[in-house]
Design a protein around this ligand. Structure first.
Ligand code: ATP
Length: 326
């Protein structure tokens, strides 16, 4: 696909990541088993799950930082789990990773932090590096903060600086590990809009690990949920938002009632009682529109790839169903 980005024509679609039969344990502790899913090229996917279900371990396995016990992770057709270290180095160049705390070097200015991957991994001149760094800082709204140190800026700005750094090598895949952690709701809303805008602009494949249900409901094309050492479900956003699967419903509605307990899973009898207490309303067939949160669309002035036209049509149809009940 060809598009205009800041006046430059770029050809890219992101890459597909195909995970099959993936199992990971540490010693006797099985983290998750037999996980299979496909992250479609260029789409945004979110991975949810209670704390400790192995979401971060999953991200690390995708980039080959952790080796699974079984299964494969094909990135652009190459199985990351089988590659040697020097081959992995090449495949990792396809990835940009936004770590929870931005993982910035505290003693370096934002400019130098963002320039770091370019100085380390490319032979670009300082003037080429300057153009790229300023372009990415502009994309995340950090122009004017080049000379600041990470300790002098807010958590939200640090996340955006981490994102700019993840973008400088023009990744085909961007992994976000809890981008919204530690941010207030307004900053989360801005960050979500930035993620959606970036995805429309650079068209890379995004995978976001988050606990924030509001973000999970409105940002992605696809949602996955890890629970009880398994991938309970992975599929299009609409499918999960309207699903009757008890774990999915509990998680996406942020409720105490359901199979997920405070520390570990509850027993079946307790779950039945709680679901009964939630009342008949919860079990009746529901209008699709009642469960749907509108999709966050790219902001004005952002050229949308064709996929967004299809999303806008689907959203309009869901809205019509919600209004007419048909
Ligand atoms: N290198 C490691 N060695 C041994 N155990 C590990 C290692 N990394 C993670 N674990 C264990 O794997 C489990 C899953 O951890 P992980 O950080 O992936 O969970 P998570 O779903 O991302 O949690 P949270 O939502 O709280 O961040 C935890 O029990 C953790 O202790």
């Amino acid at each position: 696909m060809s598009e205009l980005l800041h006046g430059r024509r770029v050809d890219r679609m992101g890459v597909e990541i195909c995970v099959e039969g993936l199992t990971k344990s540490f010693g006797h502790q099985v983290i998750w088993q037999d996980v299979s899913l496909t992250l479609p090229a260029g789409e945004v996917s979110v991975m949810l799950g209670p704390s400790g279900t192995g979401k971060s371990v999953f991200l690390k396995t995708l980039v080959g930082l952790l080796k699974p016990d079984r299964g494969s992770v094909k990135v652009a057709g190459r199985d990351v789990t089988k590659l040697r270290e020097h081959e992995l180095y090449e495949v990792r160049k396809l990835f940009g990773v936004l770590f929870q705390d931005g993982a910035l070097f505290g003693s370096m200015s934002l400019y130098d932090n963002i320039a770091f991957p370019l100085r380390e991994h490319t032979r670009k001149s300082e003037s080429q590096i300057r153009r790229i760094v300023l372009e990415k800082m502009d994309m995340v709204g950090l122009i004017g903060s080049e000379g600041k140190l990470p300790g002098e800026i807010s958590g939200g700005m640090r996340k955006r600086a981490g994102l700019a750094r993840a973008l400088v090598l023009d990744p085909e895949v961007i992994l976000f590990d809890e981008p919204d952690s530690g941010l207030d709701p307004v900053r989360v809303a801005y960050l979500n809009q930035l993620i959606v805008d970036l995805n429309a602009q650079i068209n890379a494949t995004f995978l976001i690990v988050t606990h924030d249900i509001a973000s999970a409901r409105q940002v992605p094309d696809n949602i996955g949920l890890l629970f009880r050492r398994e991938l309970v479900m992975f599929g299009p956003r609409e499918e999960l938002l309207t699903s009757d699967e008890p774990v999915v419903r509990q998680f996406l509605n942020g409720r105490m009632q359901g199979p997920i307990g405070m520390a570990e899973e509850k027993d079946a009898a307790q779950v039945e009682q709680e679901l009964a207490r939630l009342g008949d309303a919860d079990r009746k067939p529901r209008h699709v529109g009642n469960d749907m949160t509108p999709r966050l669309m790219p902001g004005p002035g952002i050229a949308r790839p064709p996929r967004w036209e299809a999303i806008a049509r689907r959203e309009a149809e869901l809205h019509r169903k919600a209004v007419t009940g048909a």
